[in-house]
Design a protein around this ligand. Structure first.
Ligand code: G3P
Ligand code: CA
Length: 343
């Protein structure tokens, strides 16, 4: 017979359940962890891409990882730059002029490139309201080492680990060696370190994996591109994840089943490029891919990606919430049984 006491127990259990977020669902990411926000070329929607200013702003906006694309200078230094040429993003044409009928990074020394200023592109500007970069050379072309040092100093300052997501932009053994050597010099080498090395070249990924093994390193790697799901098992021999374009269409478009197939092969999925500047449209886009279990997003607007990720996490119950609710219900059941026994 249901007594007022039993009704009270039921009410308490329902109350406990109701304290969980209404739309609570489990994360569908490979490891059940929050999706990562990767600052694509820094805060490239706001400030000049691949600059210390842009990386620092992205960190302040909450980026988990900053993404330097890497090129090699004439004298063998790694610099953060997307293009193989300097003219789209810098004032090389007026400061240094052409070399060999063009502006290839590989035709200029680091000392020369350091004379250049990086220009804003797309929706970027030269400054961001309320933000003053800590570096005096915030809009110069940074070396990879300078990007790493920024991540490390900002990690110390903020108390959270800022990860690195370097991309080998050219298939070149020297670049492979330099990326690994620079990371090792700065203390990175373990799979648990906050580093993903990425490339569009599977050969580069294979080479870097082999070189890591011979150096006793095990940093995570991501192969870029919209590989067919039939090749996921092969790719998974060399890398920890894939980085597909979210703009691809057809058989290799990024869908929920595409992400599930990658996960089944043990691959993380970090999609690029989230470039939607409108907050409402961006939120809907992130929600879609997060809902499908995407493990990370390359975003030009770190603040919008972080906001969407935080909303997602607020709607996901902590495992401890379930445990608390179940133990509460268990306790109520035990009390009820005790009362029946002693009645
Ligand atoms: O590396 C992921 C994404 O950044 C690839 O696009 O051309 O901006 O390097 P891209
Ligand atoms: Ca890139």
């Amino acid at each position: 017979m249901r007594t007022p006491f039993h009704a009270g127990l039921l009410g308490l259990a329902l109350l406990a359940a109701a304290t969980l977020p209404a739309q609570a669902t489990a994360l569908k990411t490979l490891n059940g962890q929050a999706p990562l926000v990767v600052a694509h070329r820094g805060a490239s929607g706001y400030l000049p891409e691949h600059t210390l200013a842009g990386y620092e702003l992205a960190i302040k906006m909450g980026a988990d990882y900053i993404e330097p694309d890497l090129q090699l200078t004439k004298d063998g230094h790694l610099v953060a730059m997307h293009d193989t040429t300097l003219n789209r993003t810098t004032d090389v044409a007026t400061v240094l002029g052409r070399r060999n009928n063009g502006y290839r990074v590989a035709d200029y020394t680091l000392a020369e490139i350091k004379q250049l200023t990086v220009k804003p592109t797309g929706t970027g500007k030269t400054s961001y309201p309320g933000f003053t970069p800590s570096s005096a050379d915030a809009l110069r072309v940074p070396t990879f080492a300078e990007v790493i040092q920024l991540a490390q100093s900002q990690s110390a300052l903020t108390g959270r680990t800022v990860g690195l997501y370097p991309e080998a932009k050219i298939a070149d053994p020297l670049m492979e060696d330099k990326i690994l050597a620079t990371l090792a010099q700065h203390g990175y080498g373990k799979s648990s370190d906050a580093v993903f090395i990425q490339s569009f070249s599977l050969d580069t990924m294979k080479n870097i994996r082999a070189k890591q093994q011979s150096l006793g390193m095990s940093l995570q790697q991501v192969f870029l591109g919209n590989s067919a799901s039939s090749s996921f098992a092969d790719i998974a021999q060399y890398v920890n994840g894939i980085g597909p374009s979210i703009n691809a269409s057809g058989a290799n478009a990024v869908t929920e089943s595409y992400i599930q197939a990658a996960h089944a092969a043990g691959l993380l999925v970090h999609g690029y490029t989230f470039a939607q500047a409108n907050a409402g449209l961006a939120a809907a886009q992130y929600d879609k891919y997060f809902g499908w279990g995407m493990d990370g997003v390359f975003s030009n607007y770190t603040d919008l990606a972080v906001s969407a990720r935080n909303e997602l996490m607020a709607a996901v119950p902590e495992p401890s919430s379930y445990a608390l609710m179940l133990s509460g219900i268990g306790l109520l059941g035990w009390v009820a049984r005790r009362r029946r026994h002693t009645a």
